[in-house]
Ligand binder design. Structure first.
Ligand code: CTP
Ligand code: MG
Length: 255
């Protein structure tokens, strides 16, 4: 594995900026979760209306609009495949190549999505379908950083001091706030790096809540790309109010 990492690092180093313009890039949009923390009384959070459009439609439109995205794969529950195919038709999404069923955890859904991307894909961007305020700019900045560094993650600098606690809830450590980032998505990988990372994670029985953790444990450097504080994920019902307020503020700015 050491020599594999060295080879990838060498390839990245030898690419001159002019050769780095564009690589076939696929977005894998993860929308197969059950939204336990959000609650399901009003349906799954990825389909919850945000300013009258399903959250997932906001997400898909942002990726459709990015000139760096060539293809999109949607991962959802078996029972929602048809609903997602309707979005593709109704909203004229031209880049979606497949809609397929996810797995029992996020990592399994991501792997199934990855297995379905085109053979042409050199880079793959994993994104939470429920992170519906992502913008074309956030997507493009993260992809460009991945073209340069191999792996890049949209992230927000922490405004609060983070405490690492022990199992009993006592603070053990307070990392320097200037070094603390909150990881969001998209998380973009050179496809070969992700393939190696997911293969070794499965072999070692590792389950991760974040895609880039899999690459970190193999020693790949993961570039943090500042995306500000608007790239929120619908996690609890309160997030709907925050998301709608952010969208309204963006619309007002445009007028
Ligand atoms: N996800 C997925 N497949 C899973 C679990 C999660 O595709 N088996 C997706 C979710 O649909 C979501 C994203 O991964 O867009 C981030 O996950 P999270 O916010 O944890 O969503 P849920 O797992 O649905 O919510 P919860 O953890 O509260 O149950
Ligand atoms: Mg979850």
């Amino acid at each position: 594995m050491g020599s594999f990492i060295k080879n990838i690092a060498d390839i990245l180093r030898h690419l001159s900026p002019s050769e780095r313009r564009h690589y076939f890039t696929t977005a894998v949009i993860l929308a197969a979760g059950s939204g336990q923390r959000f609650g399901q009384e009003n349906g799954l959070k990825q389909f919850f209306p945000i300013n009258s459009l399903p959250a997932l439609v906001h997400t898909l439109r942002a990726f459709e609009a990015s000139s760096l995205i060539d293809e999109m794969v949607i991962v959802t529950k078996e029972t929602d495949i048809e609903r997602c195919e309707t979005f593709v038709k109704d909203f004229g999404l031209k880049k979606v190549s497949k809609v397929l069923a996810g797995g029992s955890d996020r990592q399994e859904s991501a792997k199934r999505g990855f297995d379905a991307v085109s053979d042409k894909a050199k880079f793959v961007a994993f994104h939470d379908g429920a992170r519906c305020l992502v913008t074309r700019e956030m997507i493009d900045n993260t992809i460009r950083a991945a073209y340069e560094h191999g792996v890049a993650v949209a992230a927000e600098r922490s405004r609060d001091t983070v405490k690492i606690a022990d199992a009993n809830g006592f603070s053990k450590e307070s990392p320097d706030r200037n070094t603390v980032w909150l990881a969001k998505t998209p998380q973009v990988f050179m496809a070969d790096i992700y393939r190696a990372a997911v293969y070794t994670a499965e072999k070692d029985g590792i389950r991760a809540t974040d895609d880039s953790m899999l690459a970190e444990r193999l020693g790949f450097k993961v570039k943090m790309v500042e995306c500000g504080n608007e790239n929120i994920k619908l996690t609890t019902p309160n997030d709907v109010y925050i998301a709608e307020a952010i969208l309204r503020a963006r619309q007002e700015k445009q007028q």
